[in-house]
Design a protein around this ligand. Structure first.
Ligand code: ADP
Length: 503
């Protein structure tokens, strides 16, 4: 079996077109798959829809606070033994999960495209990206190190060791249903934490299938528990109410992140927050325009623009703006919008009609503020599809400048200088990622240092990588995921002091 990145042949995309594999749709609590308690007057199932058609795909268990309490018990119970397992054992389980996921890449990709809508080729890429977190943290699990230091007065030896923070609540969004789960579960398990995973209500099937995969490779009962629910607030608040849960890792909107961070404060709980972005994509007058357009297409259209690292503001030097806009427009017009299972499709439906309507409203308000429409999209009532849209000469005071678009809409802001570009780029509460294009390496380094964000892409439109610290500053979040830093989010540092010299 090959463990390296696989080459996907085009005809692979036909193999399982839209056919969902068998997926357990109950809740996974303490190693048992079970139905939620029935509450009079409340449905005990959550319906999952196909964004391309709006039709029902499946029904999964709809957890309540009762199961939330049981999941806390299960995660706390498993935490009595899991941290004491050998790091090598945990590493081997994660590596086995990676190997099995790579064998089942197509099956997982089919589920992602079915419930989330992205083209199958992108889902295949997501599965491989997700796998990289399992492989990376399998490697990191055996590398947690501490330090020793002689105290400055010579009287003591100071040592540090790292220990798992405790049972963790992991909350994931719908845009990368598998990658956001492995990016949290893999470091948590590597560190010795047990988890309760609460996937987004739009995309629970991928999470359930992945939980089953973890069971298959031998992750012990209670180490990973999964609660799917249509009512995230009461379930999540019930869990955050319990002091045994020592860690919250959340990826989602800044609005919900703020609420959960406040709720976490009562328990003085460790929190990692990956929140919204408003990425500037700067093209200077000395940039290679062809390469900038290539990067712009990736930074804007990957995942249909439904990503917190999607380019949200194209800040273009006026001297090259006409050329950039013309070439970018050609590339946007060439996109094929359709079902994610059609091999010709390059842009699938948005995740829901609600999200499509939100993006359409944003387009309307931007045009009302005087923007020029260079590439337009039809907006069909009752459908979740939206084609690429390019808006030029956008007013810096238009609402779109301060909102995360989360769709295939590209606004162009024309600027006259590097200074103006940086001013515009920083004029936001968000600080996740920024992109810059120039042929001048020294200029790029100055810009990268000045940009107010946690990640910078220089002459490239994609920064996500399991080996790199992903995360933001300002209101884009707290903490980092991926790299060795991602593991530290699940570890506490304990300092031990002993008289020195030790006799
Ligand atoms: P998006 O707008 O991208 O759907 P959200 O922040 O609403 O982002 O959702 C991200 C995750 O947060 C999902 O798992 C969702 O179920 C959960 N969530 C949404 N609202 C709440 C809430 N009030 N309390 C707890 N979790 C929530």
């Amino acid at each position: 079996m090959s463990t390296d990145v696989q080459t996907i042949r085009p005809d692979d995309s036909d193999a399982g077109r839209g056919r969902l594999p068998a997926i357990r749709t109950q809740l996974l609590i303490g190693g048992r798959w079970r139905e939620p308690a029935t509450t009079p007057g409340r449905s005990s199932v959550l319906t999952v829809s196909d964004p391309a058609t709006g039709e029902s795909l499946a029904e999964v268990a709809d957890a309540t606070v009762v199961e939330a309490a049981e999941a806390i018990e299960a995660a706390s119970g498993a935490f009595e033994t899991w941290p004491r397992t050998a790091p090598r054992y945990r590493a081997d389980l994660l590596r086995a999960a990676f190997d099995l996921l790579m064998e089942r890449t197509h099956e997982f990709a089919t589920v992602i495209t079915s419930e989330m809508g992205k083209p199958l080729a992108e889902s295949l890429a997501e599965v491989r990206y997700s796998g990289e977190f399992l492989r990376w943290f399998a490697e990191e699990a055996v590398r947690t190190s501490g330090t020793t230091r002689t105290a400055p007065d010579g009287a003591a030896l100071h040592m540090t060791i790292r220990q798992p923070v405790g049972p963790a609540l992991l909350i994931t969004p719908w845009n990368f249903p598998l990658a956001m789960a492995t990016r949290k579960i893999a470091p948590a398990l590597a560190a010795g934490c047990t988890v309760v995973l609460k996937p987004a209500e739009e995309t629970p099937l991928t999470a359930l299938l992945f939980a089953e995969l973890l069971e298959t490779v031998g992750v012990p009962p209670g180490v990973v528990n999964v609660l799917t629910t249509s009512q995230p607030a009461p379930v999540v608040f019930r869990i955050l109410d319990d002091r045994r849960i020592r860690k919250l890792s959340f990826t989602g909107s800044t609005e919900v992140g703020r609420i959960l961070l406040a709720a976490s404060a009562t328990g003085v709980r460790r929190a990692s927050m990956e929140l919204g972005g408003n990425a500037p994509f700067i093209v200077f007058d000395d940039a290679d325009i062809e390469s900038a357009v290539e990067g712009a297409v990736i930074a804007k259209l990957r995942n249909g623009g439904q990503s917190c690292v999607a380019a949200n503001r194209f800040i273009i030097d006026r001297r090259v703006a006409d050329e950039f806009v013309t070439r970018f427009a050609d590339r946007l017009r060439a996109q094929v919008v359709g079902s994610g299972f059609d091999p010709a499709t390059t842009l699938g439906p948005m995740v829901s009609r609600k999200q499509r309507d939100r993006a359409a409203d944003l387009i309307r308000s931007t045009v009302d503020r005087g923007a020029t429409t260079v590439v337009a999209s039809e907006v069909v009532d009752g459908s979740a599809f939206l084609g690429p849209v390019l808006l030029d000469n956008v007013d810096l005071d238009a609402p779109i400048a301060q909102q995360e678009i989360f769709g295939p809409v590209a606004p162009i802001y024309r600027v006259d200088s590097q200074e103006e570009a940086l001013d515009v780029a920083s004029n936001t509460d968000a600080g996740l990622v920024g992109f810059a294009y120039s042929r001048d390496a020294a200029r790029l380094m100055r810009v990268a240092t000045a940009l107010e964000c946690g990640m910078v892409g220089l002459n490239r439109g994609l920064v996500s990588d399991a080996s790199a610290p992903f995360g933001g500053i300002k209101q884009s979040g707290l903490g980092r995921e991926g790299s060795e830093v991602g593991l530290h989010e699940y570890l506490e540092t304990k300092y031990i002091s002993h008289p020195f010299p030790v006799v």
